[in-house]
Write a protein that binds this ligand. Structure first.
Ligand code: TYM
Length: 329
């Protein structure tokens, strides 16, 4: 049995990338492993949400996790800020994390490029907090999408460094996980890059069918293939990538053949893709709305989750304190 930890930042609604990059695996893993899934609401502070938005987003992500099939009776589902022990481990790990390596992290460089007016220390040490989230439960598997691969490498590095420094084998080195396959990257609808919460290129699980149709129909494509068996351009490949995760194999095959024969009509392909997405998201959307209306159950779920997560985290913290040399007189 593995120990599994993963999280989602509460900075907006969940999209298809979150589902196929992380949640789908998390749901599959929960019955046979000891799983901790959480809402990363400390990480969300890097973008300075106002108090009301912060709260609403946490509740939304919680309902979305549940609607996708995370079972709080089987997994530990909790809110990061309910487990302050993680911030102690974050502080301790920060002493062995070097500015140079943090500055070289791709996600940090990207944030600096996009938001030069908000390069805060929380962003710089984001991977340290993420490592603390994972190793505080001594996890060995972390279901994540491709975009988190480098953060997982850093988590392994911080765990290894702690072990070496204190001549111990206390922390396992966790792996990014996707059932033996490569990690997934779901592209956006704007022709390049990954689907993201704030990129304006995503389909959210909560989107109404009419919104989904509109978004998909206006996805970027090209002017059509000009030679037989031509490799699709990047924007078209991206549409196929989304089809790969939620359409029938025969549908994908059909449009691939049409493309290879230069007979494809992107309008038809998009119509089909929109239908397939709507078929996939409709039951999830309905459950999200039901779950959101039951505040009492939500409160109970996160209360119990927090207790279980704190128990596991406190154990680690007291052992780590001893290893570091904080001892009773
Ligand atoms: P976040 O909130 O950006 O994304 C949550 C999960 O969704 C995956 N994901 C994607 N997968 C495939 N294609 C995409 N387009 C796509 N977009 C997002 C992410 O890989 C992730 O698995 N730093 C994390 C949150 C976090 C965390 C952790 C994760 C904090 N502590 C500890 C794991 C373990 C983040 O911002 O994910």
């Amino acid at each position: 049995m593995d120990i599994v930890v993963s999280g989602i930042r509460s900075t907006g609604n969940l999209h298809l990338g979150n589902y196929f990059g992380m949640i789908r695996n998390a749901v599959k893993m929960q019955s046979e492993n000891k799983c901790f899934f959480f809402i990363a609401d400390y990480h969300a502070l890097t973008t300075h949400p106002n108090p009301d938005t912060l709260h609403v987003n946490i509740k939304q992500v919680l309902a979305e996790y549940l609607a996708c099939g995370i079972d709080p009776d089987v997994s530990t589902l909790f809110i990061q800020s309910d487990v302050p022990q993680v911030s102690e481990l974050y502080l301790l790990l920060n002493m062995n994390a070097y500015i140079g390596e943090l500055e070289r992290t791709a996600s940090f460089k990207e944030k600096v490029r996009r938001h030069p007016d908000n390069v805060n220390a929380g962003l710089l040490t984001y991977p340290v907090l993420m490592a603390a989230d994972i190793i505080i439960h001594k996890a060995n598997k972390v279901p994540v999408g491709k975009d988190q691969e480098q953060h997982l490498e850093m988590t392994r590095k911080f765990a290894r460094r702690f072990n070496q420094l204190y001549k111990t084998e206390y922390f396992p080195e966790p792996d990014a996980y996707n059932f033996g396959s490569d990690l997934i990257k779901i592209p956006g609808l704007d022709g390049s890059g990954k689907m993201g919460k704030s990129e304006g290129n995503g389909i959210f699980l909560i989107d109404d069918p009419s919104v989904i149709k509109k978004k998909v129909m206006s996805a970027v494509t090209d002017t059509g293939p000009t030679a037989l068996n031509q490799e699709p351009s990047e924007p078209v490949k991206n549409l196929f990538s989304i089809m790969e995760v939620l359409s029938e194999p025969s549908t994908i095959e059909y449009f691939r053949e049409k493309h290879a024969a230069c007979e494809i009509r992107y309008g038809d392909m998009k119509k089909q893709l929109a239908e397939d997405i709507i078929r996939f998201t409709t039951p999830i959307r309905e459950r999200i709305n039901e779950i959101l209306s039951d505040s009492l159950s939500l409160r109970k779920i996160v209360g119990e989750g927090a207790e279980k997560a704190r128990e596991s985290a406190s154990r680690t913290i007291s052992e780590v304190r001893k290893i570091i040399g904080y001892r009773p007189f």
